[in-house]
Design a protein around this ligand. Sequence first.
Ligand SMILES: [Zn+2]
Length: 261
Amino acid sequence: MEVFSDGSTRPVSPIYCRDASPIGGGSGDSGSSGGGSYGGNPGRGDPDPDPKIEPTDNFLNNAKLNCIWEKLTKNNSFNNYLKNFDQDFSTVDLIFDTSTNLPNNVNGRTDNSTSDKIYIYINENTISQKPVLGVARTIFHEAIHAELFRKVRSVNNQISIDDFPGIYDYYRRYLKNWQHQQMAAHYIDIMANMLKEFDGEQKSDQYYKDISWSGLYKFNDKNNPGTLIYSTAFSELSSTEQQRIINAISNLRNNGNKICN
Ligand SMILES: [Zn+2]
């Protein structure tokens, strides 16, 4: 339960991410039905009490993810973004894992329902079909969800306007869609910087911003499951910008390099 400073309350957890970018054909980032569980976290009794960021064996045993992880861990902007998970004050670990139970149109999912861990699951069924840059984008997207969840946890799920005014504002305005709406409005540049560094700055800043909109320009309405909505931030762009973004996302999906080396 989330308690606002005016005394009103709303449930805050769990809010599942379904970062959904279709692997082909579809035009939308369609998250399907809400809720449900996804196979859980078998045998992951972590004896180490120190908060940290950790990939699972399943994650590292996937050759493509392993290769991407090697690059990610050299990514200064990525490491810097997640550094609060590694601090003494953090009470939650961030675990990178794979899932074979996600729908094909879902790239990844961030699970905030475990007491001392946040899990990021990457859809292993479809990863071979995904461009490397797209997989990195999914990981960054989910990492932002995780960091937002960490912030909410850091104040015992009780957000006030005094500690995280941005989250407070977006939660009040958008309820269960607060994360995607906030990310669309305020995190495109952060994602673009991570992608630019990951990709060795091969393309323009505009390109990395454009592809960062995947999963953020249109997403499943968590307040009205089964319905796709456009983010407010995307809706406010010109039709020319919107089309450029959609084209860049589609082009990466269809033509992006799929081999990590
Ligand atoms: Zn998401």
